[in-house]
Design a protein around this ligand. Structure first.
Ligand SMILES: [Zn+2]
Length: 417
């Protein structure tokens, strides 16, 4: 399976300007290729092939006066930039045809100098790791890396990222064997709550990460300061960097916290069942703030990734399953309850339920039933067949699983594309 390992890197001033030049060239090549494809479509021509595009926007463009500067950077990241465009188109077409699950993907759009994130990818031809631990990038030089943990194998590619707060990262893709943990017989249902972050079927509770609110207060203050600065001034640029830094801090803190929670859950349970909540739908409404704080979809993605890696199972219970209406003791369906109702007594057996704990128990039971019935067997209406966790291709963070013996990378180590 492919995992991503990310590290802070410290390019020198000269390397930073070489990187900036390469970011720019990769962006121009991407945009030129996108424009060529759009033009072909307008003219009713077939889509230009990858090799033809490469010739057009790189090889031949270099010989023109307007694009001669493309020759000043390495060719590998430029080719990778075209591959990204191919992938963007493929995702779009797969999404339209229904081959791709998840939310709809739009057509690729032009990249801007002002995009929040700049990135470049180098393949095996474009980089290597030196004996002294420096990362050699073609036409950029030997860049110092903060190796916060050990790379488990030879990376097949590296993406260089520049985030809006001015930090550089190298994100390596490494092919590793899954490391299945010893099997357990514990299984758990999780109900994602609003008053608490989550409630588990064994009665344990994950509290909301309130510390995020504190970090957000700082962010707000920085944003207010920014709005007071005159446009185009040096002070404004400085204030903008402060806002970006505060943003990065919030994101890092949240990610660290999510990693800690998900690692614990995967380590302690053989199977984890979750409800397929429509997080995007919830996110638009009044609850938007707390939902986004909570980062539910990231929570779920991390669980799935870690499950794939450590040989655990994730079951997703369909969102139509009435987890908060059923009595987990007797199975009586008690009818819908507004969100404000935190406790209720079953109309049939009289047991008093904590809303979230009862829901978590129902999710566990539904998930286990589905798992027994799957695949192909009879499944109760309203409950989807749980998926075996998918292998991952991005953003992993091992936390501090004892068997792996690797250290957590700490805040900021793991930006995800
Ligand atoms: Zn009951």
């Amino acid at each position: 399976m492919h995992l991503r390992y990310s590290y802070r890197i410290c390019p020198t001033a000269g390397q930073r300007s070489a990187l900036a030049r390469t970011f720019g060239c990769a962006r121009v090549v991407y945009n030129d290729a996108l424009a060529a494809r759009k033009q072909a479509r307008k003219d009713g021509l077939p889509y230009p092939k990858g090799t033809d595009l490469q010739k057009l926007v790189i090889t031949e463009a270099k010989r023109t006066a307007e694009r001669a500067w493309l020759a000043s950077v390495g060719v590998d990241p430029l080719i990778q930039s075209l591959r990204d465009l191919d992938t963007a188109y493929r995702n779009f077409f797969d999404s339209v045809s229904g081959r791709r699950a998840g939310r709809p993907v739009g057509l690729p759009h032009f990249k801007s100098k002002r995009d929040n994130r700049q990135s470049l990818r180098f393949t095996r031809n474009g980089f290597r790791i030196r004996g002294n631990g420096k990362l050699n990038l073609a036409r950029i030089g030997d860049v110092r890396v903060k190796w916060s943990r050990v790379l488990p194998a030879d990376p097949s590619s590296v993406t260089i990222l520049l985030d809006p707060s001015g930090r550089y990262y190298a994100s390596f893709v490494v092919d590793v064997e899954p490391e299945h943990l010893p099997e357990l017989d514990t299984e758990i249902g999780i109900d994602l709550g609003l008053t608490t972050y989550a409630v588990m079927s064994d009665g344990s509770v994950i509290d909301n990460p309130r510390f995020l609110r504190k970090a957000e207060k700082k962010l707000k203050a920085a944003q207010r300061a920014l709005s007071r600065k005159a446009k185009g001034s040096k002070n404004r640029a400085k204030a903008r960097r402060k806002v970006a830094k505060a943003h990065a801090k919030v994101a890092d803190t949240r990610m660290d916290w999510l990693h800690k929670q998900t690692t614990g859950i995967i380590r302690e349970n053989q199977a984890v069942y979750l409800e397929d909540l429509n997080v995007r739908g919830l996110g638009r409404g009044r609850l938007a703030r707390s939902v986004h704080d909570a980062g539910w979809s990231t929570f779920r993605r991390l669980l799935e990734e870690k499950a794939a890696r450590y040989g655990r199972t994730i079951g997703i219970v369909h969102r139509a399953f009435p987890s908060s209406q059923l009595c987990s003791e007797c199975g009586h369906r008690d009818g819908p309850k507004p969100l404000a109702v935190r406790e209720w007594a079953c109309g049939a057996c009289g047991v008093l339920h904590d809303r979230d704990l009862n829901a978590a128990r129902n999710i566990l039971a539904a998930g286990q039933a589905d798992r027994l019935n799957a695949p192909g067997g009879p499944v109760r209406p309203g409950a989807a067949i749980p998926r075996q966790a998918r292998p991952v291709e991005r953003g992993t963070h091992l936390g501090d699983l004892p068997r792996t013996g690797v250290r957590a990378a700490g805040a900021g180590g793991i930006p995800v594309l």
